[in-house]
Design a protein. Structure first.
Length: 373
């Protein structure tokens, strides 16, 4: 049987940790187990890709010569698609305008349409037209949640959108020694008994809500506050609050950027409480990752996070400072005695085998359509 050649744009692996990277990694670690397909992974840092996906007879690594998005989309990817006889190419959000094979695009969200106040105007305009164009010319359009599917259909006018839900990597469920992990964190970072928030820096992520509560509740007297994530858009509210803080509070705030996956998960495991106050998400994977790692977790209940109905009293309205403060104090004082049940629900709902099965079913249906006269 002739193998199908699938190209995967992995340029996000050349950047910091983010949701699209998690999606590609989890999905394709499952898909590459199938030997009826060849996979061509492309990025600038090919060695990094090899360390993640490994060496397999059906996996090939292609090196981008530039990290320029324009050069990549206009010239380099079309060249690689033609050179390697690619039949299907999978992209996140944006596809090359020169189309030399069938396209698969995953549009994770269109939050800039529902929450324009959180995105620069030029970014909104550019995103709208490129996302819509990409979805229109693609044979297959995936997204990651019911919320995102509804909003893509509404704003981009794309009728056929398939959900491939994010999964939780098995490493998050692994057993670990909490005391040993915390000693390691203490030795490397000089912190203990800390609250953690893992997310990119954008106004919609609500870092300022966490910072303000950390100060007003005087949690700095007993805890550190750790932010893990890279910059996307500047959060002026956070900066204003931070500059008003006294030295004692600032000394208990730690910001870590461009961390490896291994360091990130170690920091997560060593934390006392995980916080996810984002106002708007296309999926919102960090809170369920932290629950999988057995960390007491509180989360915003808006947009796609509302699907996490097992969160119950650990939900809060991210626009309500008092409700957030009460929920934060509750989880600090009571932890989470029901975390085992939550972990079982997450294992059933959010796993990459399920998403890979949906991907294959959709691809097979498309291949059947392509073969018709």
């Amino acid at each position: 049987m002739k193998k199908v050649n699938i190209f995967v744009d992995c340029h996000v692996f050349d950047k910091g940790f983010q949701g699209t990277r998690t999606y590609i990694q989890g999905l394709y670690l499952e898909l590459i187990k199938e030997k009826d397909k060849n996979f061509y992974f492309a990025a600038v840092n090919v060695e990094n890709l090899k360390s993640i996906f490994g060496n397999h007879d059906n996996v090939f690594y292609l090196k981008y010569s530039s990290d320029s998005a324009i050069f990549r989309l206009l010239l380099e990817i079309p060249y690689l698609i033609k050179k390697h006889n690619i039949e299907y190419a999978h992209f996140q959000y944006r596809v090359p305008p020169i189309k030399l094979c069938k396209y698969i695009v995953t549009t994770h969200d269109v939050l800039f349409e529902d929450y324009p106040e959180f995105f620069p105007k030029l970014n909104r305009i550019q995103s709208y037209y490129t996302y819509k164009f990409s979805a229109k010319i693609s044979e297959i359009v995936f997204t990651v949640s019911e919320y995102s599917k509804r909003q893509i259909q509404k704003h981009l006018k794309i009728k056929d959108v398939i959900i491939t839900p994010n999964g939780i990597e098995s490493v998050f469920f692994e057993d670990y020694n909490k005391d040993e992990t915390q000693r390691k964190i203490q030795d490397e970072y000089g912190i203990s008994n800390y609250l953690i928030f893992i997310s990119r820096w954008e106004p919609r992520k609500n870092h300022h809500l966490v910072l303000d509560a950390f100060n007003k509740l005087e949690l700095y007297k007993s805890h550190f506050l750790v932010f893990v994530g890279d910059d996307t858009f500047k959060n002026n509210q956070y900066e204003t609050i931070y500059q008003s803080l006294n030295y004692e509070v600032k000394q208990k705030i730690v910001i870590l950027k461009r961390l490896s996956f291994e360091k990130m998960i170690t920091l997560l495991r060593g934390s006392s409480v995980s916080i996810y106050p984002s106002i708007a998400e296309g999926f919102g994977i960090p809170p369920i990752e932290s629950i999988a790692a057995r960390i007491p977790t509180i989360s915003s209940n808006t947009t796609a996070m509302s699907d996490f109905d097992f969160m119950n009293q650990y939900f809060f309205n991210p626009s309500d400072e008092k409700e957030f403060a009460n929920t934060l104090q509750m989880v600090i004082n009571q932890k989470d005695s029901n975390i085992d049940n939550k972990i079982e629900i997450i294992k059933q709902r959010y796993n990459w085998k399920l998403s890979a099965a949906i991907f294959n079913k959709t691809l097979n249906k498309q291949k059947l359509t392509d073969s018709l006269p």
